[in-house]
Design a protein around this ligand. Sequence first.
Ligand code: IPE
Ligand code: IPE
Ligand code: MG
Ligand code: MG
Ligand code: MG
Length: 302
Amino acid sequence: MKSTQMIDSINIDTYMKNHSLVIERKLEELVPEQNISQKQLFLAARYALLGSGKRLRPILALATAEAFGGTVSSTITAACALEMIHSYSLVHDDLPCMDDDDYRRGKLSVHKVYGDALAVLTGDYLLTLAFEVIASDDTLSALQKVDLIRLFSQSSGGNGMLGGQIMDIQSEGGAIDLATLDNIYCHKTGALILAAILCGGIVGKATAEEMEYLRLFGNDLGLAFQIIDDVIDVISPEQKHGKKTPSDAKNNKTTYVTLMGIEAAKQIANDLYDRALIHLSHIDRDTTLLQMLAKKLVHRLL
Ligand code: IPE
Ligand code: IPE
Ligand code: MG
Ligand code: MG
Ligand code: MG
């Protein structure tokens, strides 16, 4: 693995902050307020999307593209499209018929402010808008657009995030083993983390072999990410969901924490992170930034 990027732990924070600002500006431009009859939809979408969120998926997409020589300007629309799909998944995930959480991203959940019907429709809007903005982008080639649309639809669909959400809901209250839990996590969360990384590979024109190593890297990182989410649910429930009771316990979910405890869960996430870096080391590009982002994802507090 080449290493020429002058990046250290201070620079990675600056990188993330600067790229978050670029992402925020682009999202703002892609989802303008519209003073028309259905203006509530655009207000709710902006409420769901703007002003908060760690933006980890679009940042990962940008950093991966940059590692392969892609530019921010050619990746930003696809990166924002993925953030729209992720944000839609959160709006629906919080609904009373799903995890029933009142807070998201430090403020009331969309359904608490706009009602359940508008929350469902806002999710639908963000999902469809994601594909519209990719199709309408003028920096991507026709082939890249088709590849991205295929990637994002598969990653968010029945064999991706959506499939994981179904299995997650169906498993509530029952006893499931670690292999089943891993399968749920790789779908409900891993699929969109992996999509972020492969999106960068598509825009940066990675080779087929590089895409395979990116896939292995993304699979491990995605699973580690959800394991840490389980830990955060227990150690900071109030910051995450606005209530003292952890959301997962409230919903009788089996998680890495219920199966093995906080410390063992953290250790497994760390082992997955180590293995993710080994996969990355097979790629003969400067992946310093991706390594540091992976560390940030696995060692985050919220
Ligand atoms: C939360 O994702 C939902 C999961 C898939 C675990 P994030 O922790 O990335 O949430 P935001 O985007 O920063 O709000
Ligand atoms: C979220 O899993 C997965 C998706 C939203 C697709 P969680 O239900 O654990 O996410 P949080 O904890 O509500 O953010
Ligand atoms: Mg959920
Ligand atoms: Mg949830
Ligand atoms: Mg959670």
